[in-house]
Design a binder for this molecule. Structure first.
Ligand code: NDP
Length: 312
């Protein structure tokens, strides 16, 4: 496993990280989830991602419990705040009140004294940015959070946050968590350049397009029964014959290189120096094993050109 600096920080994270959305604390049965997290750790993955809202706290509980088996300094743990955790008007968003309450609730569920990264899971137009940033900064000063991040913010929103942080000498955001994969490249025009300029590293989610880029879906009519698309209709709707045809062509490129198409998709993401880590999900330890092997695969200019042709 190779490691990269997270944005401008001195923190080193594994090129492949493991997330817990829709899986752990949810439909993946407990023993399988535990084995997947342990497998990741054994393979050198040191970066684990969860959120308060994943299975309403159950993902944090499970991930926190497994990681407590290991020395705290040996891994980087991230969680998030924003999405509703209750029905009340203050049970959501990025107000000082909700951030503080959820930070403490997350630490309790995780069974940890601090998290390495705390993300604002979305931008909150109903809270002044300085209120949010002050609350996050206070958590850093209290030692409950080491680094501050955002998820799916626009380049303009991040630039505004940096300006406020600099003006009031608050801790800066150093990481953004956007979606990024061969079928969704929206971060390329503005967000990656901002990240490079301002030292914000990208930790990208759904790098396998929720499994589509592993080649497991061979036609819209043959969805494997044990797959995410079989369980979730909205995932199935995102799978089209056009995308499947592209994955088939990408598989040919991968086969020539002696790797799987999923590994090709992850190595393609890691060609971006501003990406600190490709954040994958896994429903079984074998998937973690296959995905982890993408670290360190370098794609030549010729291969990258062929991929562009296919994706065009
Ligand atoms: P992926 O694109 O990596 O999809 C993961 C799913 O693909 C797995 O659960 C599994 O599903 C399938 N899969 C993974 N590896 C393989 C393999 N080698 N062979 C076959 N199938 C495979 O990412 P996710 O969409 O799960 O996102 C990753 C993480 O990012 C999340 O866990 C979460 O932590 C974070 N995230 C953050 C968001 C945000 O708003 N900040 C939003 C979404 C995710 P199955 O076996 O069930 O088919």
């Amino acid at each position: 496993m190779k490691y990269r600096r997270l944005g401008r920080t001195g923190l080193k994270v594994s090129e492949i990280s493991l997330g817990s959305w829709l899986t752990y604390g949810g439909y993946v049965e407990r023993e399988n989830a535990v084995q997947s997290i342990r497998k990741a750790y054994d393979l050198g993955i040191n970066f684990f991602d969860t959120a308060n809202v994943y299975e309403r706290g159950a993902a944090e509980e499970l991930m926190g419990a497994v990681l407590r088996e290991y020395p705290r300094e040996s891994y980087v743990l991230a969680t998030k705040v924003f999405w509703p955790m209750g029905d009340g008007p203050n049970d959501r968003g990025l107000s000082r009140k909700h951030i503080m309450e959820q930070a403490h609730a997350s630490l309790k569920r995780l069974g940890h004294d601090y998290v390495d990264i705390y993300y604002c899971h979305r931008h909150d137009p109903e809270t002044p940015l300085d209120e949010t940033l002050r609350a996050m900064d206070d958590l850093v000063r209290q030692g409950k959070v080491l680094y501050v991040g955002v998820s799916e913010w626009t380049a303009a929103q991040m630039a505004e946050a940096l300006a406020i942080a600099d003006k009031y000498l608050l801790d800066r955001i150093v990481v953004n968590q956007p979606v990024y994969n061969m079928f969704n490249r929206y971060i390329e025009p503005e967000i990656i350049p901002l990240g490079e300029r301002c030292g914000i590293g990208q930790v990208v989610f759904s790098p396998l397009a929720q499994g589509l880029l592993t080649g497991k879906y061979t036609s819209v009519d043959s969805i494997p029964a044990d797959s995410r698309a079989a369980r979730l209709d909205w995932v199935k709707k995102g799978i089209t014959e056009e995308k499947i045809a592209k994955v088939r062509k990408l598989s040919e490129v991968a086969a020539e290189l002696g790797i799987t198409v999923g590994q090709l998709a992850l190595a393609w993401i890691l060609r971006q120096p501003n990406v600190a880590s490709a954040l994958v999900g896994a429903s079984r330890p074998e998937q973690v094993e296959e995905n982890a092997k993408a670290s360190g695969i370098e794609l030549s200019a010729d291969v990258l050109e062929r991929i562009e042709e296919i994706l065009k």
